[in-house]
Design a protein around this ligand. Structure first.
Ligand SMILES: CC(C)(COP(=O)(O)OP(=O)(O)OC[C@H]1O[C@@H](n2cnc3c(N)ncnc32)[C@H](O)[C@@H]1OP(=O)(O)O)[C@@H](O)C(=O)NCCC(=O)NCCS
Length: 181
């Protein structure tokens, strides 16, 4: 997959050697809880998920240029709510140590640009659990429109059903807004 460069980040393919960096944040309860996965218990858990990322070829490692560390991940996944193959769903995770600096918004904007200009997608989807205010802010700042809520649409890793807030960004609207800027 293509490497994308932003001011402070490299979005690049994962390597198995990123497992220690991945484990640092993916083992944290707050990260897994908000993103919907069971926190990693051992470094092998991180290696396994990285092997899946490499095989699926739809998730970038977010490398922080200044420190050289992998501080998160961002992906363009098959849209879980639409059959239209020309749409994808964006998903992301950022290490708490690197939050509140605008880094995820920077990554999301680069991925949106790639999705519409290089992959020629017609629509992007983004979703978050109803309690995830940080993700909501990233999604809205990136220009997505709120489409609604699907009650009890997802399960937390321990089984609790949660409401899913759903958003989309239409390619035409995205380019119209860009032209006006
Ligand atoms: C969701 C998540 C990525 C958001 O991280 P974040 O650090 O809040 O997001 P950003 O990197 O875009 O930073 C935005 C914050 O940085 C602040 N900030 C500081 N400098 C900034 C800059 N130069 N540019 C933009 N924002 C800046 C903003 O004020 C903003 O804070 P606010 O939302 O309180 O106003 C993160 O909380 C996370 O990974 N959580 C766990 C997993 C998860 O929830 N994944 C998403 C599942 S849907």
């Amino acid at each position: 997959m293509e490497t994308l460069t932003t001011q402070r980040l490299l979005l690049r393919p994962f390597k198995l050697s990123d497992a220690a960096d991945e484990f640092e944040f993916a083992s944290l309860e707050e990260v897994g809880f908000n993103a919907g996965f069971k926190p990693h218990v051992t470094i092998e858990d991180s290696e396994k998920i990285i092997a899946t990322f490499i095989a699926q070829d739809e998730v970038w490692a977010i490398e922080h240029k200044e420190t050289g560390k992998v501080i998160g991940s961002i992906g363009l996944h098959p849209d879980s709510l639409r059959k239209d193959l020309n749409t994808k769903e964006i998903g992301y995770v950022l290490s708490p140590k690197f939050q509140k600096q605008g880094l995820m918004l920077e990554a999301v904007l680069a991925v949106i640009d790639f999705a519409f200009n290089k992959q020629n997608l017609s629509l992007l989807a983004a979703n978050h659990f109803s309690f995830n205010e940080s993700s909501k802010r990233v999604i809205l700042k990136a220009g997505f429109n709120y489409d609604g809520v699907i009650r009890r649409a997802r399960c937390l890793y321990e089984g609790t059903k949660v409401d899913l807030m759903i958003y989309s960004l239409d390619k035409k609207k995205y380019f119209n807004k860009k032209e006006k800027e």
